[in-house]
Design a protein around this ligand. Structure first.
Ligand code: SF4
Length: 63
């Protein structure tokens, strides 16, 4: 199972959304103006969300 942490102090939310665009499993979605984690059990730990985030606000690790 993945542990996904979004640092909301740095995340630009819907103004950015790059992690939402690249996630192949649709784990990250925009809800209102925030990026939220929907079904983290689907996460494949590919880490592309971490790679594209310009704010380094997404952290994914195996737990
Ligand atoms: S690690 Fe991959 S599958 Fe998991 S939330 Fe990030 S982009 Fe989606």
């Amino acid at each position: 199972m993945a542990k996904i942490v979004i640092d909301y102090d740095n995340c630009d939310g819907a103004d950015c959304g790059e992690c939402v665009d690249v996630c192949p499993m649709e784990v990250l979605i925009i809800e209102g103006d925030k990026v939220v984690i929907r079904n983290k059990e689907e996460c494949s730990l590919c880490e592309v969300c971490m790679d594209v985030c310009p704010q380094e606000a997404v952290e994914v690790e195996e737990e």
